[in-house]
Design a protein around this ligand. Sequence first.
Ligand code: SF4
Length: 378
Amino acid sequence: MSRPAGPVTPAGAPLPPGTPLIEVRGLCVDYGLGPGAVHAVIDADLTLTSGSVLGLAGESGSGKSTLAYGITRLLRSPGVITGGQVLLHRPAPVDLLAATERELRDLRWSTIAVVMQSAMHALNPVISVGAQLTDVLRAHVRRMGAPGRRRRAGELLELVGIPADALARYPHQLSGGMRQRVMIAMALALDPAVVIMDEPTTALDVVTQREILTELTRLQRQFGFAVLFITHDLSLLVELADSIAVMYAGRLVERAEAAGLYRAPRHPYTLGLLRSFPPLHGERRELTGIPGSPPDLRTPPAGCAFHPRCGYAMDICRSQPPPAVGLGPAGRRTAACWLQDGTRQVPAELGVPEAGVPAGPPVVAPARPVPEATGSAS
Ligand code: SF4
């Protein structure tokens, strides 16, 4: 890991921070086909820029992992991508949804790496950690010989705070935190430009979680890869991420830079998530949570999907989907809520739209033409 901070172009020059690496446009993912299909991701738009951490938050079943696996085409059946684009800009511009399986294989690990939710399930229990790390190198770096792979595997372990002599150990001989570190080491093996992390610390105790996040932040700053970090814990993202997208019932309901979202959430669901977890730092606050449960996506509520749980719901919320209102410079900040359409009194605990920013079109799915379903097995 000797390259300078920032992902590297084929010519070797670091990308300027803030350059789009992945642009998700109108991504739609269903489970099943036909009239009974469940719309798990609906018209999602996201941009992940070079060297940044984008957090994706929401309760279980909100569609976060489906969105991430849709981006990487790692969905399992009956998951089907039914529309949209996923533009990857490095090493050469490509729409991942139109890429061949061979192209995808070349890009996974080397450009986009994924850290799965449960390290115990992601690691092979009957193969040593060292063999699993060297397998990745053997498959993708053909010019590297066995001694080089072994040396590199040891370096990777040390990079995540594990002594190199742990290479001979099997996953069950490591703690949960160490296994998750091994997964991170594996993800970084080929210096990817993007690492997608799906709830990487959820199964860990708070102290281990803190240690791993500190480690991750250090590595991200050192090597400059971009991160898409998925979690239900919005408080954690406020500390870790540069920007945050909040998902509910398959839709992105708010996007904003992290500090602004924490100071003044503009969607009631974001406010509810913030009130569901204690902050990792700062003053204690009362945890009130969110009443009820996420909807059954086979029979989603009419209007705003959050209305049965929303303390601010109005008549219009029960019948009409809210507009996606662009807020802030260049519309970077959005919230899909009738309270934010510029015509209503916004409760004091929610942020308000900036003057002069027009409401967008109603949030209806899918807004773009739907191409033929894209195969997703991997
Ligand atoms: Fe609540 Fe209505 Fe806003 Fe939905 S649109 S979050 S129900 S106020």
